[in-house]
Design a binder for this molecule. Sequence first.
Ligand code: SF4
Length: 188
Amino acid sequence: MRIDYRTERYEAEVPVEAFTEDCVDVEKFVAFCRECHNHDRLWSCPEFSFDANEYWKKYSRLKLFGIKILMPEEVTAKEWTKEERGEIIEQTLWIEKQKLTEELFAMEKEYPGSISLSAGSCQVCGKDHCARIEGKPCRHPEQLRYSIEALGGDVGLTVTKYLGLELKWIEGDRIPPWFILVGGLLLP
Ligand code: SF4
């Protein structure tokens, strides 16, 4: 299946202190993580051996990057099976996530002392293949990055407040008109 989607890019920069004050509530969002399939199964997801509040405090500025993936009408106009929805996500969201990840890794090199925030959980080893499931250490710690939500951030509020966007979700068997990926770069 070839999907003729297009993307729009959004950026913002904010002091970390202001961001965490507005958009981070570790206790509240880790409680949602505890309901998720990935909880305690991915090294990129809670529970962590460190305090997420302290993680944010190590940095002073945050660059935010939003990729809006706009779906063509032939995708949004009909219903899809679970397998088909998975394939559509593979062909759109995961392709753009990989591109954003590579871009953020390149930026880390450009900005000494920076660390990127992943757009969602780690997928380096593939779905349901994280070493954490087997009780083993991360296989690629040099590629492991945390997402805003894993560190207690409210992604919905982040995209609205700082990028002027609105998250959309899959509803039933339908693909929404757009998906939004949100990544970041924390700077010292
Ligand atoms: S790199 Fe592999 S082992 Fe490490 S967090 Fe990601 S999926 Fe898990």
